[in-house]
Each structure stands twice: as C-alpha cells, then as structure tokens.
Design a protein around this ligand. Structure first.
Ligand code: AP5
Length: 192
C-alpha cells in the first residue's frame, strides 16, 4: 500500500494536486474538508455543528475528523493506498492516523508539504471565493484566521513526521503542472 499525506496551508493547492495524484497512482482521495462539506450539504447534525466552526476558520474537534477518517478507511478495505488531504491537522490526529494505519499493517510513506507565501494564499482563496460558494473563502479576515490556525495548530504535524524523516518540502508556487511534476518525482521514489 502507498499512503501519502499532502500537506500545506489553506490555498496551497492540496485539493488541486490531489485530483491529479489519485489518477496517476490509483490512490483513494480522503479529504476531511470535502467530507465535512458533504455533511453540511446533507444538513446532518454533525454538518450543522461543523459549519459554525468552519465559518470562523477554526478547526473542527479532533474526535469528529478522526471518526470520519476511521470510517472511510473501513469503507475502503481493498484500496491500494490513500492520499490524505487536509488531514491530519493536529498532533493528536497524526497519532490517531498512525494507529489506524498500523491496524491495517501499513503506514504513511511520505508527507509532501507544499510551500506557498501568504500573499499568494490569500490571493488564490479570495479569487476562488468569487465562484466557489465556500463561505470560508469570501472574507479576507476568515482566510487570515485559517492561516493563523494552520500556524498555531497544524504546522506541528510536519514536526511530528519529521522525527521519522518523512517530510519532503515542495515549492507550491508555479504552474499546476510544474508542481505536479515535482510531487511525482517524490512519489515515484516509493513506487519503483
Ligand atoms: P479544507 O477543505 O481542508 O480546506 P483548506 O485546508 O483550507 O484548503 P483549501 O481547500 O482551501 O486549499 P487547498 O490547499 O486544497 O488548495 P486548492 O487546491 O483548493 O478545510 C476547510 C475547513 O474544514 C477547515 O478550515 C476546518 O474548519 C475544517 N477541517 C478540514 N479538515 C480538518 C481537520 N483535519 N481537522 C479539523 N478541521 C478540519 O487551491 C486553492 C485555490 O488555488 C483554487 O482556486 C485553485 O484553483 C488555486 N490554485 C491551485 N494551485 C494553483 C497554482 N499552482 N497557481 C495558481 N492557483 C492555484
């Protein structure tokens, strides 16, 4: 099995690159942001609770997202690997993910970390907010709150996986194809 974490701040291109990587490497895409937005669209109690938190740019509680990932792993027993996008976002989520994968006798191969400057992140997200319908993209203050939350709570995920020498930094600015090629160069090392 090949399990990759695509890591980076809001707007760094995780979703864009995930779509391409899952096709090339036959991985199952697991995005906690997408899973949460499905709950919101279905107006479930979990979705309603999550929406209030996401609209402020804050993180949804660990137990909620860990439960979602656990169910998604169970629902895909024959997958040849997973691409995690937007998860894990805290050290507790990282530890939980490692335990869940250990139960399947597998582990994270690499954490590919997309590096993008803050001005570019804000520009991309405001631009997407014009058409995406995502309420957390339309207001610059909320976008900045998401970036602050990333530095406060999520950047530690890279520290956590660095102790196992699993983090690879990738320049996340340039064309989508240039960044994809740089990501593939890393992933290929685990498939050859
Ligand atoms: P989530 O859905 O994960 O959003 P995010 O991390 O804020 O990331 P985005 O989807 O905004 O950006 P991205 O890095 O995927 O970039 P994208 O490819 O879309 O999370 C949303 C919320 O859910 C969180 O704030 C939190 O509340 C909650 N949540 C989710 N997971 C959680 C967890 N594990 N724990 C707790 N809470 C959780 O690109 C962005 C834009 O840039 C697009 O318009 C794209 O077209 C454009 N773009 C991409 N690449 C390029 C490029 N190379 N050049 C120019 N533009 C580009």
């Amino acid at each position: 099995m090949l399990n990759i974490i695509l890591f980076g701040p809001p707007g760094s291109g995780k979703g864009t690159q995930s779509e391409k990587l899952i096709v090339k490497y036959g991985l199952k895409h697991l995005s906690t942001g997408d899973l949460l937005r499905s709950e919101i669209a279905a107006q479930t109690p979990l979705g309603l609770e999550a929406k209030a938190i996401m609209d402020k740019g804050h993180l949804v509680p660990d137990e909620v997202v860990i439960g979602m990932i656990s169910s998604a792993l169970e629902a895909n027993p024959t997958s040849s690997g997973f691409l995690f996008d937007g998860f894990p976002r805290t050290e507790a989520q990282s530890i939980a993910l490692d335990s869940l994968l250990e139960l399947k006798n597998t582990e994270i191969a690499a954490v590919l970390s997309l590096e993008v400057g803050e001005d570019e992140l804000i520009k991309r997200l405001l631009q997407r907010g014009l058409t995406s319908g995502r309420s957390d993209d339309t207001n610059e203050e909320i976008i900045r709150a998401r970036i602050v939350e990333y530095h406060k709570k999520t950047s530690v995920v890279a520290d956590y996986y660095s102790q196992f020498d699993k983090v690879r930094n990738i320049k996340g600015e340039g064309t989508v194809d240039e960044i994809f090629q740089a990501l593939c160069k890393e992933v290929d090392q685990y498939t050859m």
